[in-house]
Design a protein around this ligand. Structure first.
Ligand code: SF4
Ligand code: SF4
Length: 496
């Protein structure tokens, strides 16, 4: 385990006194020249980086008018200061959302406002120096772009967008982050974040078929590249091998099997995750999204269903049609795209799945709302469907369910601590400390209701919790996939 102290769990989350600079050392590894080059960014910090960064900032405020509004409209009311899990977990005041925004705002003011140009001290405007750039690199990689602060800001200022813009500027000057940029490159080269090539993927899926048949006696298929299938499943590549993700994939397979609808995974688009969003690059987000369109056309599918992945669902729900549409070749009777939870919930509603809830009687379950699903997307055709549908599924497959406290769920949910491109071992201290508010909320339901498992529908949340739960003395298998619980309860047999 990394060398730092795990925060102590308190009965209720306490707002800490600010301790300036305590996380100044926390910076992720910088991308190597070839990671940068494959995304079209300079390999290393360019000589005229100040000039390039200032120009890029100006371009971005013109391109994304929301960014300019966010930079112009903060009134320093302070409502956001205690809303970020990274501030609550680290005490570093630069992790207060308003302070994080100000790192970019002060430079914007200096070069793009009248008052900042002529009276910089009066309006808190500052030159872009190497120290400022280093602060950007450290603290814009201590924001998981979870958008919790924006829920509490009276002006709706979205720090996540400011953070994305800052990362976009840093990529443009040649100071990108290794973890995100290396991964995006793997998607372009091989098709998924893990760099899992087609033969390995085929073997993995065929092993899963054997495993499920040994377990249940039923031949549930996990098809790859099957032309003419009705549904293309686009799922995070962690679903192919990581725990508890793979148990979720087994659940999707069983649900598809029972529905009687043919489906396939694509080796060309074997990744739902789209890290282009984390680095603020719509160009890269579009290139990753286009692979899904290409796979859907190539395989001749009629529908696209996304597996359990938080930010992937945000990109899919909010941007897929704009980035890679029109999807007029798909069946218009279904939403494009559809979430696996919507698919399963619809079957449950129609009585098309036989479920034995008692199969999960050894568990008392709670649910962690993942940020990008909760605050940046929706499910079903009702407001709040993204909160209701996963819980309705859990209640259909488990007898024992208890929510965590209201200030920590739904749109108030706390980030797992590893979102936004921060799920890397070089940020372990940040990840553990950032998980504090969620761990405290979990502990309360563990103590009050005997909760044993926390379900989630995000691959990053699942990986992050698997790693950080032991730091807080919870077992790593406390975290489960929603469709893992569906998988336990589903009775395989004749289609309903
Ligand atoms: S978006 Fe989330 S991580 Fe970023 S400053 Fe706001 S609350 Fe913190
Ligand atoms: S809540 Fe909004 S307006 Fe108030 S300080 Fe934070 S960002 Fe500024």
């Amino acid at each position: 385990m990394a060398n730092f102290e795990t925060p102590e769990l308190k009965e209720y989350t306490v707002v800490p006194l600010p301790m300036p600079g305590v996380m100044a050392h926390s910076s992720p590894f910088v991308a190597k020249p070839d990671h940068q080059a494959q995304l079209g960014f300079p390999g290393e910090l360019v000589d005229n980086w100040q000039e390039v960064a200032i120009k890029k900032l100006g371009e971005l405020t013109q391109k994304y008018r929301s960014l300019q509004v966010y930079l112009d409209s903060c009134v320093k009311c302070g409502a956001c200061t205690d809303k970020c899990h990274y501030y609550l977990g680290t005490s570093d005041p630069k992790n207060m959302p308003v302070a994080r925004q100000d790192l970019l705002r002060k430079v914007y003011r200096r070069y793009y406002t009248f008052a900042g140009k002529y009276f910089p001290k009066l309006v808190g405007a500052e030159e872009l120096t190497k120290d400022v750039l280093d602060d950007w690199y450290a603290y814009y990689h201590q924001c998981s772009q979870c958008r919790r602060c924006s829920v509490f800001c009276p002006y709706g200022i979205d720090t996540a967008e400011i953070s994305m813009a800052a990362r976009e500027i840093m990529d443009a000057v040649g100071k990108g982050q290794k973890y995100c940029n290396e991964i995006i490159g793997k998607v372009f080269k091989i098709g998924n974040n893990l760099g899992l090539p087609e033969p390995a993927l085929r073997d993995t899926l065929s092993d899963l078929e054997e495993e499920v048949e040994d377990d249940t006696g039923v031949a549930v298929r996990f098809p790859l590249d099957e032309k003419g299938a009705e549904i293309l499943l686009v799922t995070p590549s962690a679903d192919f091998f990581a725990e508890p993700h793979v148990d979720g994939l087994i659940g999707y397979g069983k649900v598809f099997h029972q529905s009687g609808v043919s489906w396939t995974i694509s080796s060309h688009a074997s990744e739902a995750a789209n890290f282009g969003m984390f680095i603020g690059s719509y160009e890269n987000m579009r290139d990753v999204s286009m692979r899904i369109r290409e796979a859907a056309l190539e395989l001749g599918v009629k529908r696209i269903v996304f597996g359990e992945c938080g930010h992937a669902w945000r990109v899919a729900y909010s941007f897929l049609n704009t980035l890679a549409g029109p999807f007029d070749f798909l069946d218009p009777r279904y939403p494009v795209p559809q979430h696996i939870c919507e698919f399963t919930y619809d079957l449950i509603q129609r009585g098309a799945l036989k479920l034995d809830k008692s199969a999960n009687d050894d568990k008392v379950v709670t649910y962690h709302d993942s940020c990008n699903v909760a605050r940046a997307s929706r499910m079903g055709n009702m407001p709040g469907g993204q909160f209701f549908i996963p819980r309705a599924i859990l209640k259909a497959v488990c007898n024992n369910f208890h929510d965590m406290s209201p200030d920590t769920i739904h749109e108030n949910t706390y980030c797992c601590g590893g979102g936004g491109g921060l799920l890397t071992d070089d940020l372990m201290e940040l990840r553990v400390k950032g998980a504090l508010p969620r761990m405290e909320a979990l502990k309360r339901v563990v103590d009050e209701y005997g909760v044993t498992h926390m379900a989630a529908i995000c691959a990053i949340c699942k990986s992050q919790f698997t790693k950080v739960l032991p730091y807080y003395n919870f077992s790593m298998d406390t975290i489960v996939s929603v469709h893992q619980l569906v998988s336990e309860a589903i009775i395989l047999g004749d289609h309903q």
